[in-house]
Design a protein around this ligand. Structure first.
Ligand code: PAF
Length: 283
């Protein structure tokens, strides 16, 4: 498996493949790969000749320095896991900070039409400027035909679609369903950092989302939200940061239910000092 650490080498190789008329899928990741990432890579392999997986813990999207320092970095294991899918049609791009940022590790400032101010944007200052900066640079380096993002980060997915349309980047952005552990916990690289107790408590997040979805069929968003807040008050190991029912397109919190719109419930929860997010389609 080819592993590139410098975008110049990656570009040279990609130009050769493109010259041969090969199609390219792209799965951007921060590493610590799990089944959820593999599902994205498999989706990429099913419709492209080659898939590039980037592995880069992007400093500019962390609002919490401790989270950045403690984020798992497991490149050798990640490469070994990807090899179980294919050695010849997957390439890894694992750049250094310098390769992507030069000597100025700074975010660009983006206007994503308001999407960036909701939920994760409101609770994690500068997060989406960091995501936008790195994904734009990764798209420039990889020049993929198709790029795959998980719906666990649904807000990120909408923002990437906006980034691509605003900058006319010639890539198809494809959202893929959330991959869950058998007990329902959404797969995340952060799950490996949960204590045994917090890992056991965490499936409550998805269980509550599913009940919220059922309740939303007959009850108002306000009633459902209040019910969720009450459920988390009874959980000593989980701390609810937000539960928001929002319009799927604008991500603005729902005001009045309309049968013409689709909604999703979004949640962020602390399990100890690990922050977990999840979401569910409601209608
Ligand atoms: O979803 C992630 O892992 C990251 O936000 C991404 C898209 C790789 C950008 O660093």
């Amino acid at each position: 498996m080819k592993v590139f650490h410098h975008k110049s080498e990656l570009s040279d190789h990609i130009n050769l493949l493109k010259g041969d008329g090969k199609s390219l899928g792209f799965v951007p990741t921060m590493g610590a790969l799990h089944e959820g990432h593999l599902a994205l890579v498999k989706a990429g392999l099913s419709t492209n000749d080659f898939v590039v997986v980037s592995i880069f813990v992007n400093p500019t999207q962390f609002d919490n320095q401790q989270d950045l320092v403690k984020y798992p970095r497991t490149l050798d294991d990640d490469v070994a896991l990807l090899k179980t899918l294919s050695e010849s049609t997957i390439m890894v791009y694992a750049p250094t900070v310098e390769d992507l940022y030069g000597d100025k590790v700074l975010s660009e400032s983006f206007n994503f039409g308001g999407l960036e101010h909701e939920m994760e944007g409101a609770f994690r200052a500068g997060h989406f400027d960091g995501v936008g900066t790195v994904v734009k640079r990764l798209f420039e380096a990889v020049k993929p035909d198709n790029a795959y993002f998980g719906e666990k980060d649904f807000q990120q997915l909408q923002i990437i679609k906006k980034l691509v349309s605003s900058y006319s980047i010639p890539v198809e952005v494809i959202g893929c369903p959330i991959h869950r552990a058998p007990d329902g916990l959404a797969m995340s690289s952060r799950n490996t950092r949960l204590t045994k107790e917090h890992r056991e408590a965490a499936p409550f997040i998805y269980k509550t989302l599913k009940s919220a979805k059922t309740k939303f069929g007959t009850k108002s968003a306000k009633t459902v939200s209040e019910w969720v807040v009450k459920q988390f008050k009874k959980q000593s190991l989980l701390k609810l940061e937000y539960f928001i029912i929002a319009d799927t397109e604008t991500l603005k919190p729902i005001k009045r239910k309309s049968t013409k719109k689709t909604y999703r419930a979004f949640i962020a929860v602390y399990a100890g000092d690990i922050r977990l997010i999840d979401n569910i389609a409601l209608n």
